[in-house]
Design a protein around this ligand. Structure first.
Ligand SMILES: Cc1cc2nc3c(=O)[nH]c(=O)nc-3n(C[C@H](O)[C@H](O)[C@H](O)COP(=O)(O)OP(=O)(O)OC[C@H]3O[C@@H](n4cnc5c(N)ncnc54)[C@H](O)[C@@H]3O)c2cc1C
Length: 299
């Protein structure tokens, strides 16, 4: 990030909540589940699937982890009640991974079993590299009891091809993404092209092994290469889906959908939206331009 962008991001911390929300509402479904549901319903009506994420990470206490675990249970109930085509995505540190492994596992086991009973699915998001090993271990422990869980691999991590081989052998359900955290060169590719190539290599390993793959990207090059790979290897439609974030590249999303691809939208909601949006800005300083324009445009 350039110095100017860094200064703008720092200044955004001072922007009043109401103003920031005018920009954030494109990326965040609201503060409550009640606000997120109509958005999921609209996506479903338009032929898109969703995954619901309650915003939060690195909880401060076991009570917070349990409370948000309970909230996720509520999300699964509402998805069932309202017959929505949606599943859930959960960050392990949100469920207390950094506080207590057993606490985190216990909450996730309850959720995974509930998801299984309801014919639903729980995806463990992948966080920074201090969580990789433990998240894979959580996944492997959960999947012993229920197949209704999946995990994520990040194409920027150099270890990911080895992880993909093992997960492929286990026929795991894996989302592949580039990775959002800043990681050191010793363990992560820094070069855009290396990450793109690794992304495709991971898809190839997993698809070859027969894993179900979520292709989570808005990068037109990766999408095109992925589609070429799918065609070349004759991967059946039921073995993969594309995934995108709410509010990002709706043009691309519409095109993929029109071309018949299965597409799932990641729908975050919750009162911690401010921290989430600041992360979006840091990840992609380009969008700062839209924030600034948005702040001065009547809604
Ligand atoms: C469904 C989904 C789930 C994800 N889960 C995880 C996870 O578990 N762990 C993890 O580390 N990362 C996760 N990510 C984030 C991912 O790792 C990338 O950081 C992010 O998707 C940007 O990479 P990209 O492949 O879209 O390519 P990029 O080259 O970064 O983006 C391609 C284009 O998309 C647009 N774009 C991309 N991101 C944004 C944005 N945030 N706001 C506005 N425009 C944008 C820009 O126009 C950009 O030029 C997930 C992403 C998606 C889509």
């Amino acid at each position: 990030m350039t110095l100017v962008n860094r200064a703008i991001v720092a200044a955004l911390d001072l922007v009043p909540k109401g103003l920031l929300w005018r920009f954030a509402r494109r990326y965040v479904a609201g503060e409550t589940l009640a606000e997120a549901i109509p958005i999921v319903r609209d996506l479903n009506v338009g032929g898109l699937l969703a995954t619901l994420d309650i915003l939060g990470e690195h909880v401060a206490s076991p009570e917070d982890a349990r409370a948000d675990g309970k909230a996720y249970g509520g999300v699964l109930r509402v998805i069932q009640r309202d017959r929505l085509s949606a599943n859930i995505s959960v960050k392990p540190t949100h469920m207390g991974l950094k506080l207590d492994w057993d606490l985190c596992l216990g909450i996730l086991q309850d959720l995974a079993q509930r998801a299984h009973r309801l014919g639903n699915f729980l995806r463990l998001d992948m966080e920074d590299s201090t969580c990789t090993e433990e998240t894979l271990r959580l996944y492997r422990t959960l999947v012993q009891d229920t197949p209704a869980v999946g995990v994520v691999l990040q194409a920027y991590l150099k270890r990911s091809q080895e992880d993909a081989k093992r997960l492929g052998e286990e026929r795991a359900n894996v989302r592949v993404c580039k990775g959002i955290y800043r990681e050191p060169e010793a363990i992560a590719f820094q070069d855009r092209e290396a990450i793109q190539r690794n992304f495709i290599a991971l898809l190839e390993i997993l698809m070859e092994a027969g894993s179900y793959v979520g292709i989570a990207t808005h990068d037109p090059w990766v999408i095109q290469e992925a589609r070429d790979l799918i065609q070349r290897r004759r991967v059946p439609q039921g073995q993969y889906e594309f995934q995108m974030l709410l509010g990002v590249r709706p043009d691309l999303r519409a095109r993929l959908h029109a071309e018949g691809e299965r597409l799932r939208i990641y729908v975050p909601y919750g009162h911690r939206w401010r921290a989430y949006c600041l992360r979006r800005f840091r990840e992609n300083p380009e969008i700062l331009r839209y924030v600034i324009l948005g702040l001065f445009r009547p809604s």
